[in-house]
Ligand binder design. Sequence first.
Ligand SMILES: [Cu+2]
Length: 65
Amino acid sequence: MEVKVSGMTCGGCVKSVTNALKALDQNAEVSVSLETQTIQIKTSKETNDVKHTIEEAGFDVLNIQ
Ligand SMILES: [Cu+2]
């Protein structure tokens, strides 16, 4: 899925959101773009779980598709 977020500003943000998603699903494939504020994630987890995890990590989820 592709997640549009806001609030990621640096490499630390990328690391924390990636770690949070890996904690949710250790087999997840996560690719984060700071430039477009987009997270590409391959996971078997529910969309809602992914949304919640990203929000818990401190970022706003604008859109998931
Ligand atoms: Cu940061």
